[in-house]
Design a protein around this ligand. Sequence first.
Ligand code: WTA
Length: 657
Amino acid sequence: MTDTTPGGLENLLSEDRRFPPSSEFAAQANVHRDAYAWADADRPAFWAEQARDLLDWTTPFHEVLDWSGAPVARWFADGRLNAAYNAVDRHVEAGRGDRVALHFEGEGGDTRTITYADLQREVSKAANALAALGVETGDRVAIYLPLIPEAVFTMLACARIGAPHSVVFGGFSAEALYSRIVDAEAKLVVTADGGFRRGAASALKPAVDEALAKGESPVEHVLVVRRTGQDVAWTEGRDVWWSDTVDTASDEHTPVAVDAEHPLFILYTSGTTGKPKGIFHTTGGYLTQAAYTHKAVFDLKAETDVYWCTADIGWITGHTYVVYGPLVNGATQVIYEGTPDTPHRGRWWEIIEKYKVSILYTAPTAIRTCMKWGEEIPSKFDLSSLRVLGSVGEPINPEAWVWYRRVIGGDRTPIVDTWWQTETGAIMISPLPGVTTTKPGSAQVPLPGIAATVVDDDAHPVPDGSGGYLVVTEPWPSMLRGIWGDQERYADTYWSRFKDLYFAGDGAKKDDDGDIWLLGRVDDVMNVSGHRLSTTEIESALVSHPWVAEAAVVGATDETTGQAVVAFVILRGDAGGGEQSADEVQTTLRNHVAKEIGPIAKPRQILVVAELPKTRSGKIMRRLLRDVAEHRQVGDATTLADASVMDLIAQGLSAPG
Ligand code: WTA
């Protein structure tokens, strides 16, 4: 098993700092200790109560959980509801239309304040425009937008007509966008001319044009938001401006009630093979767990809190904890388009001071980056409004956790380290801020209503104090309902390693108290800055370049990004690859990966080698390459077909030039 926690496993095991909730916080908390026993007594009944309590149903459900089609669960299946109605209209109907839903902060300092009443009008207009463009209930819509209010409007407009959205992160390439459009058979793409990134306008529309020029596509229209004002190429008949269609549409629209099991969205994520998986989620169960966890884990008080989750809507965190969870709960939140260091390294803290943010949810990478920049930067701002801090996406090392609490949280705020995945849809393992005595670096306990444990190779739960694999043992409301178009792959990927248990792909350990510590992926998935990347996908991108004969990619521990992509390549002497300088190889291949997948997948380092270490059956031993990439003594190499390969690699790397 790999230990990908920066700081190392020893560091974790000796961590004995403890942070109990203050009595004031505990007294006012939304959820108390009794929730665990209540949920354990009857898990489905617990979730049914949350579903009734937190959502409005047009047709109430009577069935709670149907697990007869395992591993595909059905929750609240005879009920009907609409996600956008729950996120928007009902708040307006209840007299809360004046409450701010979104404080939008553009990178350049432009702002927009959108109340729930505004949101209802904007989403209704967008829904009418989508319908006018031919989008019907059940059709798929691809969204390729920066983090601007129109992204939220579009997702909710899709939900309003029951058209599953497939958001593609704006940092993905035309190639990646094309394959996702085709796989989901999206009829419409919603994009922008560009967005602002690091002080400059960064184009998006050209990637859509390039994607749609690649071949046959199901796309009928491209709806374009004007954000940066940059020039765009235009395909008459296909392309339409947001300002011409949405802004002119009626602001009244009746939400379409759908079955609880109607698909709400598809979100592609990297797996262990080259092809990204279209994880799909349905409506009733997903919204129930999104709303419950958002309220319980962050202790949300919708009337008074100002919540900010820094994730982009291109990731699951942006779906569940920017769009659905907070809006269903009627929260006021901040959304910010840009990077943390534009125009200066105190931008985030300035935003917190400006809007009096009380709940912040971000990723360990961001925290480690801020640590590197120095605590004098956040110290210049008034962060006293903060009362809960969250972490997500990768293991958080104890030092970053403690820094986060001390410097950002003023030694006062509970920290919730939340473990979950695109597949789980919502938070699964996390402390409860008013209940749990927290331990820096540990996600600790499954939430009320969630059953998860750590098992050994034979699927037996490990005793306290031992490590193994993280599994979920009972179905949960926001679980994925499958892989779009490939249910066999769903069963194979998650349910075949251990019988009747959902295998998450993560290694974990139980400490002496039985608390869970996440140790990183045990499969060929890397986690770079909290973003999932597949080793195989990057390897395929590399070998698609004519210079490359073979490639192996590993995730090497990186102080800031958690893991970094390191590639080992064998060049093809016959195709020009052999004549290039090392610098040229680096630059060309890094750019090639950016073009095939996206800039986030660019290897930090590309090492040219003569051979790759393989077992006799031809499997690349990435473990040994990781040793090289992390400058460690190379581990046990006895199963290699050719034992001298590692020496060759080591010699080649230490040779000058
Ligand atoms: C990792 C992001 C440790 C884990 C919500 C998981 C974490 C993968 C944590 C899912 C955490 C997420 N501690 N590891 N608190 N949260 N992970 O699908 O390896 O982008 O399997 O979902 O991130 O990444 P995904």
